[in-house]
Ligand binder design. Sequence first.
Ligand code: AMP
Ligand code: GLY
Length: 432
Amino acid sequence: MKILVVGSGGREHALVWKLAASMRVRRMWCAPGNAGIGLEELACGSGRVECVPIPAEEIDVLLEFARSHKPDLTVVGPDNPLALGIVDRFQREGLPIWGPNQSAARFESSKVFSQEFMERYGIPTARAGTFSDAGEAKEFARTLDGRCAVKADGLALGKGVLICQNKEEAYRAIEEILVQRTFGSAGATVVIQEFLEGTEVSLHALCDGRTALMFPTSQDHKRAMDQDMGLNTGGMGTYSPTPFLSGDELEKVGRSILDPWLAGCAREGIDFKGILYPGVMLTAQGAKVLEFNARFGDPETQVYLTRLENDLLELLEASVAGSLHRIELRWRPDVSVCVVMASGGYPGAYEKGCVIKGLDQADQIPGTKVFHAGTAMKNGEVVTNGGRVLGVTALGRDLVQARNAAYAAVDRIRFKGAQWRSDIGWRAMKPS
Ligand code: AMP
Ligand code: GLY
């Protein structure tokens, strides 16, 4: 089979790596890919993955490429092309593609749609309101004493959520998004949720429109610095599984979200084929959904796919075909930890083009895999090319062993300005 993967981050490297392990894949392209993706060998022995320099949002160009190269399946990683309707465009031309269509992708591309859907179908979520008038928004925020999350409706590069602890902060956030339009038209409407306290976990479910197969739990680390200090980022590290939900509890929480969600999708004619990724807060009053994403998480994918035993290609085919009810997901019992190494300054301004050393030595540590995110090849050397640069991922018998392996690999990698969190998994560590 020939596969085209769309995207260029750590998530896409993990997808490519896992798909390349399938003996049925004889050729693979990644648009645009990164340095690590271009070094992946296909398990069937027919060569390396080929990076093609087409940005993930250039749907016309991707279509043109697919028309001429005829991939048997296109796999979409990031949210933007999904929100732009890449799946609908490919399907209209009879080109097989995996991911939610534009209507289904609204679970991520519109927070208003998502929040109202949750309320319509009784999916446990935060108390919330939807506003386009700043006065009414402030009035609602006042009833929450200002302790709330103010969220721009549309996609805002992961920056459209402002967490507020008092009325002044909430009023300022509302002004910023609704009046000053810091996020442009994405902020024409806002969702304001009550502030939820608890432990946040990432859930993922692979869906085919009728069946949703739950993954184990994972936990991201969104802040830039140790102990959850510093600015919000795309995610500085993950581990899976987490100790916060037992198997039975995960089953129960999963059903409380997925059963009404599937029923709502059926009722509204939403054919969701892809990954539903609910961000969930485990509160004293039970699990509540903070938001839905309509794609694999990054860096959640890195820990999930290193644990997944199934052939990913078969799973994605079943998701497209609507036959997931015949599939059972199988996971290694090991813990997987991913430590993101980022450019100095990230999530603010950072330098690009710094040479990365020690990648081969890091890969030699048993059970580790270094996934590339913002990297490029320059004069035969791997250089930095983005904020999040690498996702150093390791499996271990338990969290301590996986962490030790991941950090031992991190220690072997060097590039100018490299920064990473030294406490991935800290919430799950038993005090020593
Ligand atoms: P979102 O993009 O909606 O997941 O929001 C980004 C981050 O903001 C989440 O991962 C949470 O850490 C935090 N967050 C969002 N909504 C809430 C809420 N209602 N209460 C507390 N924290 C929240
Ligand atoms: N790990 C956060 C995200 O993928 O949105």
